[in-house]
Write a protein that binds this ligand. Structure first.
Ligand code: ATP
Ligand code: MG
Length: 495
C-alpha cells in the first residue's frame, strides 16, 4: 500500500476518531474508506454529511441535520460503530465556534470506539483549536495499478465504439506511465482528448497525454520547469562539490542499482550569499542530463493554488510522476522549517521529511539555504540529504576561474587581463559581486565606445566594498556553524 494510505489505515486502526483527508478526488477517497469499513466493521457502508443533504445514513436523512452540530451529535449518539464522511465542513467550522467545540467533544467521546468522523475536502480549513485532536493526511494520487485499470476500461470502451487499437504491452504501459501525476478524472479527460476523432489508436498518441500533463503542471503554478542549461564550466571553483557530482553522473541508471548502490536523495548547499548555491543546483541537472523543476515555496504559502499543505504534497506527488528529475528548492529555510506556532509549516516540514525518507521515485533534491540558524535539526540529520555542502567566499584560485568565466561569457578576450592580479585584489568578493563589477565596468567602456580594459575594473574594485566586509560577523558565524556539520565545497583554503 502507498505510504500515505498506510498512514491513514494505521490512524483508523488505532481508533483515532477525527481524521481529515485532503484530496480533490472524493470518489476515490470514499472507495478507499469503504474498503477500510469492510475491514474494520465487516460492513462496507459510510454515512455522509454535506451542507445540502445533511446527515444521510443507509438512505435515511437525519432530521434537522444540515446543522453540522446536530449531525455530529447524531454520530456521537448513534449506538452503532461506523464511519461518517463530512464533505466540506471547512466553511462551517470557520463560521461557527460551535462546530469546532462539538468536534472536540466528539473526539473525547468517540476515542477508541471505532466510530470515526472523516473530514474530506480539497482545500482544508484547519482550526487551531483542533490541532491536538485531528490527524491530517493528504490522499495520494492514483498509482500505476489504478491508472492501468482505468486505461484498460477506457480502451475497452473505445473498442466497443469501433476504434481500432494497435498497441502492444509496452506501448500500453507508456500510456499509463504518461498519466502518472494526474487524478483519475484528469487522466480520463487526457485520454479522451488524445483519442478524440482518432479511428486508429497507436503509440504516437501518447504525446497528447504528455502535453496535457505539462499543461496541468503549469496550472499548478508552484513548479517551474527550467529550460536554461549550464555546464560545469560555468561554475568557478567548488572542486569538492564538482567531484561529488561527477562521481554520481550515472547514479540514476540501472547499472548503479545492479552494482548495489542506492539512488542519491539530494544535497543541501548552504553558505554565503552570491557564491554559487543556486548555480550549483542548475549545474547538477545539466550535468546529469535530468529535467530541472524549481519549487517556489512562496507560491506554496500564498494560498493562490489552495491550502499550503495540499499544494505542497501535490507538488511532490507531481515530481514523483515526472521522475527521473532534479527538484530544486531554493532557500529552503524560508519554506520548510518549523516556525513556532505555524501549524501549516510544521506539517509541511513533517510531510517533506517523510517524503525524503520514503519516496521511491528517482527525484534528486537540490536544496539551498542562507540562514542555517532557521533550519530545523531534523532536516540536517543523517539520512535526509546525502551531503551538506558549505559554499564559502571564493578562494584566490577560484576567483581567477570566476573572472575568466564571466569575462569570456560577456565577450571579452581574457588574455588582455591580468587575471591572477585581479583575483589577488578581490579578496572577500563573492562570485556574484565580481560578475556585477564586470558588468558595470563594461557599461563604462561601452559609453566611451572602447573595449573593456583592466583599469575599468580596477577603478570600480578600488572604490567599493564587498558585502563580506560589512557582514564580517555573520560570515564568521556561518563558517563556525559549517565547520563540523558540512563539507567544504572548495578544495583549496587560501583566500
Ligand atoms: N562560483 C561561481 N562561478 C561562476 N559564477 C558565479 C559563482 N558564484 C556566483 N556566480 C555568479 O553569480 C550569480 C549568482 O550566484 P547564485 O545565484 O548561485 O548565488 P547564491 O549562492 O544562490 O546566492 P543567494 O544566496 O543570494 O541566492 C550566478 O548566476 C553567477 O553568474
Ligand atoms: Mg540563490
Amino acid at each position: 500500500m502507498n505510504p500515505s494510505m498506510e498512514a491513514i489505515r494505521q490512524s483508523i486502526l488505532v481508533g483515532q476518531p477525527l481524521i481529515q483527508i485532503l484530496s480533490y478526488e472524493e470518489k476515490r477517497v470514499e472507495g478507499f474508506l469503504l474498503r477500510m469499513a469492510e475491514q474494520v466493521h465487516k460492513a462496507p457502508a459510510l454515512a455522509h454529511w454535506d451542507i445540502n443533504h445533511g446527515l444521510v445514513k443507509e438512505n435515511h436523512s437525519v432530521p434537522e441535520s444540515r446543522d453540522p452540530v446536530i449531525a455530529i451529535d447524531a454520530v456521537i449518539n448513534d449506538p452503532e460503530p461506523g464511519f461518517t464522511v463530512f464533505r466540506d465542513l471547512g466553511p462551517e467550522m470557520r463560521r461557527s465556534g460551535r462546530v469546532v467545540r462539538k468536534l472536540r467533544d466528539a473526539y473525547k467521546i468517540l476515542k477508541g470506539k471505532r466510530k470515526i468522523i472523516f473530514l474530506l475536502s480539497s482545500d482544508e480549513y484547519f482550526p487551531q483549536d483542533l490541532k491536538k485532536e485531528i490527524d491530517i493526511f493528504p490522499f495520494p494520487l492514483p498509482g500505476i495499478d489504478e491508472l492501468g485499470a482505468l486505461f484498460e476500461r477506457f480502451l475497452e470502451s473505445m473498442r466497443r465504439s469501433g476504434r481500432q487499437i494497435q498497441l502492444n504491452e509496452a506501448e500500453r504501459r507508456d500510456f499509463v506511465i504518461a498519466a502518472q501525476g494526474l487524478t483519475l478524472d484528469e487522466a480520463y479527460k487526457a485520454y479522451m482528448k488524445a483519442f478524440h476523432n482518432q479511428p486508429l489508436i497507436t503509440a504516437g498518441l501518447v504525446k497528447g497525454i504528455h502535453e496535457e500533463k505539462k499543461q496541468l503542471i503549469m496550472k499548478e503554478n508552484v513548479l517551474e520547469y527550467f529550460t536554461q542549461r549550464f555546464t560545469l564550466d560555468d561554475l568557478g571553483g567548488l572542486d569538492n562539490l564538482k567531484d561529488w557530482l561527477q562521481k554520481r553522473r550515472r547514479a540514476f541508471t540501472d547499472a548503479a542499482r545492479e552494482f548495489g548502490l542506492e539512488k542519491p536523495r539530494g544535497f543541501l548547499c548552504m553558505g554565503v550569499s552570491g557564491c554559487g548555491k543556486s548555480l550549483s543546483a542548475k549545474v547538477t541537472a545539466s550535468l546529469w542530463k535530468l529535467p530541472l523543476f524549481r519549487l517556489d515555496m512562496n507560491l506554496v504559502y500564498s494560498g493562490m493554488a489552495g491550502s499550503p499543505e495540499l499544494v505542497f504534497s501535490r507538488a511532490l506527488q507531481t515530481m514523483d510522476s515526472v521522475a527521473p528529475a532534479v527538484l530544486w528548492i531554493d532557500e529552503i529555510e524560508s519554506g520548510i522549517s518549523d516556525k513556532q506556532g505555524d501549524s501549516s509549516s510544521s506539517r509541511i516540514l513533517g510531510y517533506f521529511l517523510t517524503w525524503m525518507q520514503e519516496h521511491t521515485s528517482e527525484i534528486f533534491v537540490a536544496a539551498t539555504a542562507n540562514r542555517i540558524d532557521l533550519l530545523p535539526a531534523e532536516l540536517l540529520r543523517r539520512g535526509r540529504f546525502d551531503q551538506i555542502f558549505f559554499i564559502d567566499l571564493p578562494t584566490r584560485r577560484e576567483r581567477e576561474e570566476i573572472f575568466s568565466i564571466h569575462l569570456k561569457a560577456k565577450g571579452n578576450d581574457v588574455s588582455h587581463f591580468n587575471v591572477p592580479q585581479l583575483a589577488q585584489i578581490t579578496k572577500g568578493w563573492s562570485g556574484s559581486e565580481i560578475e556585477q563589477v564586470i558588468i558595470s565596468a563594461m557599461y563604462e567602456a561601452f559609453n566611451e565606445n572602447r573595449p573593456l580594459s583592466e583599469d575599468d575594473l580596477l577603478v570600480i574594485f578600488g572604490n567599493s566594498v564587498p558585502l563580506a566586509t560589512t557582514m564580517e560577523e555573520q560570515i564568521k558565524k556561518i563558517r563556525s556553524w559549517a565547520h563540523n556539520r558540512a563539507v567544504r565545497a572548495s578544495k583549496d583554503v587560501e583566500y
